[in-house]
Design a protein around this ligand. Sequence first.
Ligand code: NAP
Length: 489
Amino acid sequence: MSSNPQNKNLRFIIIGGGMAGILSAVKLKEAGYTNFTLYEKASSLGGTWRENQYPGVACDVPSHFYCYSFAPNPDWSYNCSPGAEIYEYLQSVADQFDVYPHVKFDTEIASMVFRNSRWHLKTNQGHLDEADFVIGATGVLHRPSYPDIPGIDSFEGTMFHTSRWNHSVPLEDKRIGIIGTGSTSIQIVGALSGKVKKLEQFQRTPQWIMPRPNPAYTEQEKLNFRENPALLDAIRAENVAISEGGFSSAVVGENPEALAMIAQLTLENLEQNVTDPVLREKLRPDYQAACKRLIMSHNYYDAIQHRNTELVTESITGIEPEGIRTADGKLHKLDVLVISTGFQVDQFLRPIEVTGNNGVTLEEAWKARPSAYLSVAIPEFPNLILLNGPNGPVGNFSLIDVADIQFSYFMKLVDHIQQSDFTQFVAKQDALDRTETDRVEATKKTVWVSGCDSWYLDDRGVPAAWPWSMKHFRNTMAEPDMSDYELAS
Ligand code: NAP
């Protein structure tokens, strides 16, 4: 990064202290910018890994890949390590890079207005702050989505969303119901099956499951990593190559062989590992593998076949004080009801009230649906950058790498401001319109439109995601095309 922070005393505000917010703080410091504050609404850093503490939570992206390139960790316990370890890792990186003095905890941003070339922010407590640039690092899968099932509020047992797990309730002696079959629910079933009185998973749509063995690293391996960090670089490079050459290119229609391999492996997994033919048919999807977010698991099929665990495929007709009623008239009596129905994926910065140029609000700009030029910049909202914003690579690459690349792109925009008489950059509307037209066209060749419903699809059924390869993403984000921006002072 070639920034010259001595030139102008620029001030930055980062909203959100998850993976992308911590990354931003570390990178700002690395570029020599120390005049910044990170606002975090909760009492600790860690974002999604703080919020998701359900049994079995882990990242199904290998740990030596799902970590910062600038902070490799020789001590990961597993190939895909538990969520608690990732949570701890993120906090230790923040500590190592001295991010904490910049953090204001328990402080939620309520509103932000662009006025006189600066962002003016107000917290929920009424505290005011201002900055030249705002980095929106508020995450994608953040606001829980609750199902609209009749009677849901009448349930008299304990009910919570997976990202609001109530750890005060002992589960061993309980009848537990879980609604949903996404990546979250699959991990929970893997962890709880056989450890509770009865577990019922309510499935609306079956999932293809990719077998993913999860070996632990031995103490000797960790020692080797510590003594020879080049080994970690090699593992990372190998993962990048596997991911970019395989899955990431397969889902966007650029590698039919890899897509066929995914289909074959998931089919074999089902055929070979589910013995009861009736259950096997219930678990068999009728759409193409990887159309929905592909699930990786080493234990789900074993877990769902446990004698105290049941897959319920009758549709839910209502929730009653005692449990869930299904279409066959059966009442499934439950003590605990786990809502594993995912997240509202179109919120991003919201509910912050954001007002840009000419009094335009984010609600107005995103009235149809959220959009951003190259997923990072919104016309009429100068000097605001979104990390993991709308229509980005949410389902194809490691989001850590995505945030890293987006942040470097942002720093290049800041360089332009540093090296000119301008104080503001803002994406042009026609640049967004043009790139969005190309993006929508390119989604037509992705597996996400091959005939399933998923959270990748927007209200039109168009994947709200980056529909090209990682290489294309790296190339596009390597250098801002300044003709797509207006600069102003
Ligand atoms: P999700 O993938 O959105 O799954 C939601 C589930 O709830 C689906 O099975 C859905 O069924 C079901 N559902 C929704 N509304 C329902 C209703 N009214 N009645 C019955 N069922 C209903 O949510 P998630 O499992 O929390 O995962 C979200 C994302 O988080 C994942 O796709 C992934 O990107 C991320 N994640 C990652 C990891 C990791 O290891 N990296 C782990 C967990 C989560 P339909 O399929 O029929 O819609």
